[in-house]
Design a protein around this ligand. Structure first.
Ligand SMILES: Cc1cc2nc3c(=O)[nH]c(=O)nc-3n(C[C@H](O)[C@H](O)[C@H](O)COP(=O)(O)OP(=O)(O)OC[C@H]3O[C@@H](n4cnc5c(N)ncnc54)[C@H](O)[C@@H]3O)c2cc1C
Length: 165
């Protein structure tokens, strides 16, 4: 097996008996073509490879979902070993959000380290995920769980949803 580092998959297309994939290295403007029986597009939730496929042109985009996430230390969580979902409309100013949190061990954790908490807020178009999450942590009904919490990592995601063919 060859591993090509610093190489982007640009496009893929069906050819007789398999797939042709176009690759480009960081130091070159020209494409390299690779033919194979099967190609797995694993370039993420908004895959550019999939977007460029002929069959993807038939699917219909229907919405975008935004996610903001913090890793927190020092959460006073009465249910430390649980995946917790906060349901109902009262948790964010605009009322539309999906909030959940769960314990995680970082890859750098040593045996005996307390888990950190990953908390996520997902929102539909027009509602800011970060603002919803900040409001929930500072002013929400459970703000007392987070009064001594420290943000050690932030992340975000934009998830685009399409119909299946
Ligand atoms: C805070 C947060 C919350 C999320 N919540 C959810 C959720 O609730 N549900 C959900 O389904 N998803 C969620 N996601 C999206 C999540 O990222 C994906 O579902 C999941 O990580 C996809 O895994 P993957 O292996 O397909 O892609 P990734 O883990 O994104 O890996 C893709 C890899 O491909 C590489 N790459 C990208 N483009 C190219 C290219 N052209 N050529 C070569 N390599 C390339 C990238 O560098 C990366 O290493 C969330 C993401 C974040 C950040």
């Amino acid at each position: 097996m060859d591993v090509l580092t610093e190489t982007a998959g640009i496009r893929a297309e069906n050819v007789d008996g398999g797939v042709k994939v176009f690759l480009r290295g960081t130091s070159s403007r020209s494409f390299k073509e690779v033919k194979c029986k099967v190609a797995v597009a694993a370039d993420g939730v908004n895959s550019q490879i999939v977007k460029g496929l002929e069959m993807a042109k038939q699917r219909k985009f229907f919405t975008t979902f935004h996610v903001a996430s913090y890793f927190l230390e020092g959460v006073e969580n009465p249910y430390p070993n649980s995946w917790i979902t906060f349901v109902g409309k009262g948790h964010t100013p605009q009322g539309k959000a999906q909030i959940y949190m769960l314990p995680k061990h970082l890859p750098t954790a040593k045996p005996g380290d307390e888990p950190i908490v990953d908390i996520m807020c997902g929102t539909p178009i027009g509602v800011t995920a970060k603002a919803g999450l900040d409001h929930f942590l500072r002013k929400g009904k459970f703000a007392h769980w987070f009064r001594n919490a420290k943000v050690i990592h932030t992340a975000s995601a934009v998830l685009n949803f399409y119909t299946c063919n």
